[in-house]
Design a protein around this ligand. Structure first.
Ligand SMILES: Cc1cc2nc3c(=O)[nH]c(=O)nc-3n(C[C@H](O)[C@H](O)[C@H](O)COP(=O)(O)O)c2cc1C
Length: 264
């Protein structure tokens, strides 16, 4: 599968067939994890955790034997960097036929943080379960997908804009790269990523859901933005920068980064 196919076919897998991953697949995953980088230059580490050994589970996951926890130092842009790197891992797993689900909420966080030996000054924003997908989904999986409308996404006209936020991007400018952004996974499928295209520059913005903004010391929706940027850069090979173009936005919308495509 090429990158766009990987992105389009990936779905959160919450029901596994009960087989542990082969040693060969675990090795491929851990070798790959050690090579993952992101455009922020912030190091993300991946900790492989045997579910039984550490007593780890999630109420929405069935048939898993292995979790991987991601850790990142608590610094500026750590969420976007984390989103980017963890999604690279997710896409690589899928290229091997291994299912994953980003998990931020449906777990006993302290247990996972302890098992991953999370240090002071470090964040363990999410984990993923890993395994071979089962042919049929368990009931909890079916219910969760229905609650978050996991098979749906907002219309392109609500996500992508031309030069300013007042003009939706024309259908002829909607290409594979933007489709890859549209199908990015996001926490509770809230899809906070917005993109304003100006020539070869694609400006990425975060439209905050009020439900998410107030609480924690870190912002899960910035992770979602890192995922979207990861998809876009994988498809386009574009150049990453942070240089706010000062396009007028509403209060809930925040500039995150720009990706510029060469020779388009
Ligand atoms: C940062 C992040 C956190 C998530 N946390 C959870 C979670 O705690 N439990 C869960 O079942 N799914 C979680 N998800 C998965 C989303 O619900 C899922 O990606 C979304 O509904 C879209 O479905 P899809 O991944 O099948 O395309 C999370 C996704 C992201 C990106």
């Amino acid at each position: 599968m090429n990158m766009i196919e990987l992105i389009r076919t990936r779905k959160s897998v919450r029901t596994f067939d009960g087989r542990p991953l082969s040693e060969e697949d675990v090795k491929k995953l851990s070798d790959y994890a050690a090579t993952i980088t992101n455009p922020y230059g912030i190091s993300v580490s991946f900790v492989f955790l045997d579910a039984k050994e550490h007593g780890l589970s999630s109420p929405v996951i069935n048939g898993e034997h292995l979790y991987v926890a991601g850790k990142v130092p608590m610094v500026a842009h750590c969420e976007e960097a984390f989103g980017y790197s963890f999604e690279q891992f997710v896409l690589y797993a899928w290229s091997l036929g291994i299912g994953t689900t980003w998990i931020r909420g449906t777990m006993k966080r302290e247990l996972f943080e302890q098992a991953a030996e999370t240090a002071d000054g470090e964040l363990m924003p999410t984990v993923t379960s890993l395994g071979y997908p089962a042919t049929e989904r368990a009931e909890a999986d079916i219910k969760l997908r229905a609650t978050v409308h996991g098979d749906e996404r907002l219309e392109p006209s609500e996500l992508f804009f031309d030069k300013t936020f007042s003009t939706p991007l024309s259908a002829s400018d909607y290409d594979d790269a933007l489709d890859a952004v549209r199908w990015a996974p996001s926490a509770a499928n809230r899809q906070p990523c917005r993109v304003v295209k100006d020539g070869n520059a694609y400006h990425f913005y975060l439209k905050h859901s009020s439900a998410n903004r107030s609480s924690a010391t870190w912002d899960v929706q910035k992770i979602d933005l890192g995922i979207s940027i990861c998809h876009f850069m994988n498809v386009t090979g574009g150049e990453f920068s942070i240089a706010d173009p000062k396009i007028g936005t509403d209060e809930s919308t925040e500039y995150i980064a720009t990706v510029t495509i060469k020779n388009k």
